[in-house]
Design a protein around this ligand. Sequence first.
Ligand code: FES
Length: 240
Amino acid sequence: MNDEIDNSRRNFLKLLVAGSALAAAGMSLGVIVQTLSPPPLGISSFPSLLLVDQNGNPIKASSLPLNSPSALQFNYPLQNTPNFLVNIGDENGNPIRIEPVEVLIPATGEKYTSFGGVGKDGSVVSYSAICQHLGCIFPYLRFYPAGVQSINLTGKNYTNVFHCLCHGSTYDPVNGGSVVTGPTVHPLPSLKLVWDQSTDELYVSNMVGPTIYGRTSDLTGEEPIAGNSTSVVNSGNPFQ
Ligand code: FES
């Protein structure tokens, strides 16, 4: 990331390669880990975490309201990096299937492929909830659901966008979190959700795009999420 797409995964792969070489030389990874003390903060790979409510019960994909203006957020991959969880529909209340798309990073000209939607309609997606311009968060950065709330930008009404009231950046969650209006020159990072069809439960397992605003490219220096789940909280309706 940091405009080096998915760089932390590359670092993880480097670790894997180094580990393989050492294993071939007769050393075990267990020995290596014991010599690394204390472990650095941050992550070396993206964990797979179950999305749960504040009581620890799994979030069911079918329970997520379509076109809700209320902000559902969870932290990932670090303890203080919030992300939106949204179920996107059209203005008639029909789910929109979100496809993976190629997303441009205007700052660098690089491109990457976003993650598509999940759930029975493919309409549930997740994006970083930290504005990529200067780091504003909810309620300044907020979702404008179709049929519920629109935002007028230079004479045109937009819906199904994330818009930041700090300086006016706008992002398109139907198209990978791409930039609609500046001043941001970085899209919102896209998170990989995994839907367990048999249980209707949701997992988050990866992230792609530019570096989360204000973080290091390898996501070191902050506490990762502890355990195997992350809590989804409802931060409320910013339009009320
Ligand atoms: S911080 Fe969001 S537009 Fe500036």
